[in-house]
Design a protein around this ligand. Structure first.
Ligand SMILES: C[S@@+](CC[C@H](N)C(=O)[O-])C[C@H]1O[C@@H](n2cnc3c(N)ncnc32)[C@H](O)[C@@H]1O
Length: 248
């Protein structure tokens, strides 16, 4: 192993370059952090990639969302990704951008840092519901792939508004909640079958229960908290992407 790779691993392992701004996690955020920090996520990730492939290829599926972030047309913007995970979207953004990221799963931030050492100092272990930044810090703010199971969607949407400059794009995208209801188990009245295959894909028991019992009207909520926002259909209708120009 080369010196650079060893140094990257050391940095990631020590957590240097990741700001600690997390409080006690409860509810859905606790379940999400346990899952994304645990062994199930690398297994589930393969299925997620397959899902995005079905959406026209991974890059295309991500660009359906990222294009709205890029709409700002600045070469040197400052942006924030809420739920940055392993940093999969970083390569799709202009090199001149200063991108920051938060996540409730510490392990994901460490992996992101190991993959992109230049992001050191711009990652925070924090909840989307309590962003550790001053008002109007960023030109754009986005969340891709984690929003459905945030503990408090309204708080997170308001925080994204607060930390973004007036007029900046706010973007939230995820799969349409309740997709599992198209699963064979639900169709034949045996929902435990769907719980079984969701576990087989890598989700842990608590996450599966959270998915199966989810009943928040996200479309209604986003439309109320971000008035004027527009909903785009993505991933062949299996996903949504809400886009707003910050009026805060
Ligand atoms: C499916 S991953 C997506 C990661 C990345 N955005 C991407 O597009 O590949 C969802 C991420 O959101 C994080 N997350 C979930 N709930 C969160 C919350 N309330 N605040 C911040 N991050 C959260 C998870 O820990 C996980 O890393």
């Amino acid at each position: 192993m080369g010196e650079e790779a060893t140094a990257m691993q050391d940095t990631a392992a020590s957590g240097a370059g990741i700001r600690d701004a997390i409080g006690p996690l409860i509810g859905r955020n606790r379940i999400a952090a346990d899952f994304y920090d645990g062994p199930g996520w690398p297994r589930f990730r393969r299925w997620e990639q397959g899902f995005l492939m079905f959406g026209g290829g991974v890059r295309h599926a991500r660009m359906e969302i990222v294009r709205h972030v890029l709409d700002i047309r600045k070469t040197n913007a400052m942006g924030l990704e809420v739920g940055i995970g392993d940093g999969e979207n970083l390569a799709l953004l202009p090199r001149g951008w200063e991108v920051h990221g938060v996540d409730v799963a510490r392990t994901r931030l460490e992996v992101c840092l190991a993959r992109y050492p230049s992001i050191s100092g711009r990652l925070a272990w924090a909840e989307g519901e309590a962003l550790p930044y001053e008002d109007a810090t960023f030109d754009a703010c986005w969340s891709i792939g984690g929003f459905n199971y945030f503990r408090d969607h309204e708080a997170a949407l308001r925080e994204m508004q607060r930390v973004t400059r007036r007029g900046g794009p706010l973007v939230v995208a995820d799969e349409v909640p309740g997709l599992h209801r198209a699963g064979i188990g639900h169709l034949i009245g045996l929902p435990w079958i769907d719980a079984y295959w969701l576990r087989a894909l890598g989700l842990d028991r608590a996450f599966v229960e959270m998915v199966l019992s989810f009943d928040v009207d996200l479309d209604g909520l986003v439309a109320r908290v971000w008035p004027g926002a527009r909903r785009y259909r993505i991933w062949r209708g299996m996903g949504y992407c809400w886009v707003s120009r910050n009026e805060y």
